[in-house]
Design a protein around this ligand. Sequence first.
Ligand SMILES: NC(=O)C1=CN([C@@H]2O[C@H](COP(=O)(O)OP(=O)(O)OC[C@H]3O[C@@H](n4cnc5c(N)ncnc54)[C@H](OP(=O)(O)O)[C@@H]3O)[C@@H](O)[C@H]2O)C=CC1
Ligand SMILES: Nc1nc2c(ncn2[C@@H]2O[C@H](COP(=O)(O)O)[C@@H](O)[C@H]2O)c(=O)[nH]1
Length: 325
Amino acid sequence: MEIFDYDNVLLLPRKCRVESRAECDASVELGGRSFRIPVVPANMKTVVDEKICTWLAQNGYFYVMHRFDLDNIQFVKDMHASGCYASISLGVKKPDYDTVDQLVALGLTPEYITIDIAHGHADSVKNMIAYLKAKMPRAFVIAGNVATPEAIIDLENWGADATKVGVGPGKVCITKLKTGFGTGGWQLSALKWCARVATKPIIADGGIRSHGDIAKSIRFGASMVMIGSLFAGHEESPGKTVEVDGELFKEYYGSASDFNKGEYKHVEGKSILEPIKGKLADTLVEMEQDVQSSISYAGGTRLMDVRKVNYVILGGDNAGEHLLM
Ligand SMILES: NC(=O)C1=CN([C@@H]2O[C@H](COP(=O)(O)OP(=O)(O)OC[C@H]3O[C@@H](n4cnc5c(N)ncnc54)[C@H](OP(=O)(O)O)[C@@H]3O)[C@@H](O)[C@H]2O)C=CC1
Ligand SMILES: Nc1nc2c(ncn2[C@@H]2O[C@H](COP(=O)(O)O)[C@@H](O)[C@H]2O)c(=O)[nH]1
């Protein structure tokens, strides 16, 4: 198997087919809705809150609300009252089943439900998918996180409508160090490996460090990417603002960090400071423009044209040009 990651792969251009990058369509379809870009901010407490999720939904973007210290019922009610789709996260424990029961009792169905646990290739996820499919058959269920083709096959067979790939590549992740497991350092080739067997959309989660990594993820089989660190340092970001030597930063911490959990038990995340870099809306526009440029370099007009390009691996044992024959 070829092992590579975002920083040692480059995509190869094909003859341009547009006169302007504005002709390139960066939108993607997921669960029956079209979104402006194939990007979703991570469902983490220092990345999204109710206000940001509402703004994203109202402006044509996909969002997944986090599941920590949150009244999911009220959130779904508020989103629907604002005329927006509701996209929530669930775990696999008793309170998560209670949430589903309450939503059903109130006749509320979130349009998207993300089952979000560290080790998503598990019977606990199988059981939750089955419960959701029985109680809320119209909800689009995303399940994760996983790292192998076996896991993708199982999650899809268990009924997931999409899967989320990435165990340990995140910027505030310490899973690799604490457990010796994961896709940290080879997330892009893990994505490629998983995509070979996938028949439903994959969300590539974690490890995106620059906008060009979005196109690379699409090339290797993702339909969408989930990003935390690139979103955590905006003026509106929910993390605490911290001043260091006259410079402003935002706190960004892992969902499995003691900061999020409130205790030091099974900690697999840390806290860092992200420099503040302006408004979220501006970053999203820049991402859209950069994805449009990627599509134009791919010689295409639509997002999935990026899948057709060749690539090179720089350095290492797998170095070389990889041509689509
Ligand atoms: N993408 C990634 O690499 C990672 C992401 N995270 C994020 O952190 C948050 C908290 O995750 P998580 O701790 O799973 O959530 P929860 O604390 O809600 O745990 C979910 C369930 O999975 C069990 N569980 C968790 N890890 C394992 C494991 N390695 N093996 C067996 N069972 C396990 C837990 O039991 P018990 O606690 O008793 O073991 C619990 O029953 C989530 O948002 C998750 O996405 C966390 C780590 C890695
Ligand atoms: N191993 C851990 N992974 C975590 C934790 N909290 C979140 N995450 C994952 O990271 C991505 C975001 O990655 P980034 O590189 O874009 O910053 C997020 O979507 C989760 O999958 C954690 O505590 N430990």
